[in-house]
Design a protein around this ligand. Sequence first.
Ligand code: 5GP
Length: 196
Amino acid sequence: MSKATDGILLIISGPSGVGKGCVCAALVAKDPNTVFSVSATTRSPRRGEVNGKDYYFISKEEFLQKRARGEFLEWAEVFGNYYGTPVAEIQKLLQEGKNVLLDIETQGASQVRSVCPEGVSVFILPPSFEELERRIVTRGSETQEMRKIRLAQAEQEIKLAEQYDFCIVNTDIEETANAVLDIIAKVKAERQLHND
Ligand code: 5GP
């Protein structure tokens, strides 16, 4: 049971390449009370990614052991790799009043929505499909084959947007981050009112 003083669990989802990671980084920079939940993954680090900051980069074997021990709030297999949200820290941070950001794909988001109904879900949309394609190409970290797979997946995921509490078109990272901060403030005020 959560209290009004607890932080908000924010489920930030949307297609790969839409800018969820940049939006989360901008949010953390803008609001000291909002923290990022670092996921575990079996994918190899991209250039510049830091273990323990961007992800916990672990082996498939270690991931499966953690999963078997129930250490993940949710998990999903995405493009041949496993991703999971470590549950241990999240509860503690929420009780300390921190807002916790989960940057997760849509299968994981739907698992969290069902086990944590008090979570607030935000779907990030690209301004257009062409723009999403451009962003994935610019990132340059995938092969052409992988880009095709990510775009086909994105087309399916965008259809799920209406299941979310809020949808934001990510035209500008700062504006999107400010829109999420407005959502946090609105939800906090509603919960406070409800508890008074
Ligand atoms: P990438 O490999 O580009 O970092 O991430 C691929 C996808 O996995 C992205 O849509 C990202 O949001 C998602 N993702 C990252 N961490 C998690 C997680 O812990 N759980 C789930 N379900 N998806 C995740």
